[in-house]
Design a protein around this ligand. Sequence first.
Ligand SMILES: NC(=O)c1ccc[n+]([C@@H]2O[C@H](COP(=O)([O-])OP(=O)(O)OC[C@H]3O[C@@H](n4cnc5c(N)ncnc54)[C@H](OP(=O)(O)O)[C@@H]3O)[C@@H](O)[C@H]2O)c1
Length: 343
Amino acid sequence: MTDRLTGKTALVTGATSNIGAAIAERFAAEGATVVVSGRSAERGQAVVDRIIAAGGRGSFVAADLDGTKRASELLADQAREALGGRVDILVNNAGVFPGGPTPAIAEETADLVYAVNVKAPFFLVAALAPAMVERGTGKIINMGSWGARLGIAGSALYTSSKGAIESLTRAWAAEFGPAGVNVNAISPGVIRETEPEPGERGETLMWGTPVGASGRPDVIAAAAVYLASDESDFVHGSVLDIDGGRTGVAVRGAAPRPDGLGDLPGSVAGQAALSPMGRCHDGVTVRSTRTEWIPTVVGRMKFSRARCARRYASVSRACAIASAESKVISTTASIGSSDPSLY
Ligand SMILES: NC(=O)c1ccc[n+]([C@@H]2O[C@H](COP(=O)([O-])OP(=O)(O)OC[C@H]3O[C@@H](n4cnc5c(N)ncnc54)[C@H](OP(=O)(O)O)[C@@H]3O)[C@@H](O)[C@H]2O)c1
């Protein structure tokens, strides 16, 4: 590490797991004193223990960010106190992401998503930005999502909250930037702490990208260090896509991967998985290359439009592909049923 944050103080919300934990640990490794925040004291203390074991400085401050101004102000006060009176860097990372069709979303779920993902960061910035403005320096980093700019069925509630965070990032950059406070966001792709099981749904969402797979939290932490450091002084209101290319790139001619996943046909399948309803077309042939996961699916199958429609619920989203040039595709996770009568 390079001491890029030496002498800085940071509050990282949602730092008790995955992305937030990686950011907190990386900040500390770069010399910052860090407040690790979240609801779980056990997981939070484990992160702090790792920070201290690595020679860094950090402490845990419990907070249930329920969206009220009071909860955010309380965390801001406690973090300030733990950090010796000053928060130089605020990372609004805590988030919840329940999915589901719009008509099935309960009012309490909608309230929770906007409370944690939008209102809590809003009131934290309200509580901490004024002192940054007064000092003429500060860094605010918001956590967006690739889903804010790529429509995904079943994610309307969550991704709309991330769209709000992107808008807040630009508005806050205009509001606080002239005083020397940098407000930016990171938009992660699918990020998980551990290697995924083959064919996991989250993993298929990354097919068709240059990377073709999910990322680990350290890729987000690296971007956060940049945005928290003096190196980003010229950056205002940006949203850094750290998403393996998910939002901006579609690969259709990638070299095969050694494990057979995410190859050219698989990449096309990945694109289809993200297309509305994984649209089905008469006569499209789907070939499973991973029959070991799908015992009943062997060799090639022909899907009719009617069959696709019937099978949609069990097949997840990528039931078939339409591509003028490519009538045969390989697919893995798209076949989700072991009921032979469905094929
Ligand atoms: N992982 C991805 O693929 C991905 C992709 C795009 C964007 N993102 C965004 O990145 C951020 C982190 O995601 P993640 O995957 O690391 O999530 P995660 O592992 O589920 O962690 C979420 C964090 O938020 C905290 N949190 C949740 N509700 C809270 C509440 N009411 N009050 C205080 N803290 C709360 C949790 O802490 P406690 O459990 O201790 O309360 C936890 O530390 C989120 O904003 C997410 O939307 C993630």
